[in-house]
Design a protein around this ligand. Structure first.
Ligand code: GDP
Length: 197
């Protein structure tokens, strides 16, 4: 899937400017600095396709990518950015809530979790929102190269345990390192399963 064309389509700052929901869609969400743009770039093998969430102005755009005409990949604005103003946070919540609850075609949210930090309260807020909206989400641990094997297993097990009873959580947590290119093929396979044939 990702070996073919991946094209940046557009940035949307409001629901009115989203493309028509003509393709199945997955989105990537996570706290800022979680490694979201690195992961999107590593998955697609394209440097600079997605830009870091702490670059100015990135706190409020949804970025759409068309993957081989079979899937939309959506980069949601990062949340929990320390320097975000109250009005930025409010805008993030309004836009993403409306998007996550109401987007036809949204098949799964990949919620990225920094493996060094584990699940944070703001991640739980997002999971609660998704449980309520009955939108399936899958947790993806990032930057696994930063942990020793034993530490990573501990975080992985703890994370797995914490989603067990969450109604809309997809049962298996993924482990990835954009730096070492670990876990990318498994994640690509999950995404490919959701794309048009
Ligand atoms: P975003 O704000 O979520 O888009 O995060 P970025 O992709 O910009 O990454 C934030 C920081 O984490 C940057 O300094 C990256 O170089 C670093 N980073 C991202 N992914 C990895 C990874 O897999 N391993 C390591 N060691 N560092 C990473």
């Amino acid at each position: 899937l990702f070996a073919r064309d991946v094209d940046f389509m557009r940035s949307a700052v409001s629901l009115e400017t989203l493309p028509p929901p003509d393709l199945p869609e997955v989105c990537f969400a996570g706290r800022s600095n979680v490694g979201k743009s690195s992961l999107i770039n590593a998955l697609t093998n394209r440097k600079g396709l997605a830009r870091a969430s702490n670059t100015p102005g990135r706190t409020r755009e949804l970025n759409y990518f068309n993957v081989d005409g079979r899937l939309f990949l959506v980069d949601l604005p990062g949340f929990g950015y320390a320097k975000a103003s109250k009005s930025d946070i409010a805008r993030w919540q309004i836009l993403t809530k409306a998007y996550l609850r109401g987007r036809a075609g949204l098949r799964r949210v990949f919620l990225l979790i920094d493996s060094r930090h584990g699940i944070k309260p703001s991640d739980i807020e997002v999971m609660e929102m998704l449980d309520e909206a009955a939108v399936t989400y899958q947790l993806v641990l990032t930057k696994t190269d930063k942990l020793k094997k034993g530490q990573l297993e501990k975080v992985y097990k703890a994370t797995q345990k914490r989603i067990k009873k969450r109604p809309a959580a997809y049962p298996n947590v993924m482990k990835t390192s954009s730096e070492k290119k670990d876990g990318l093929d498994s994640l690509r396979a999950e995404i490919a399963d959701l794309a048009l044939p």
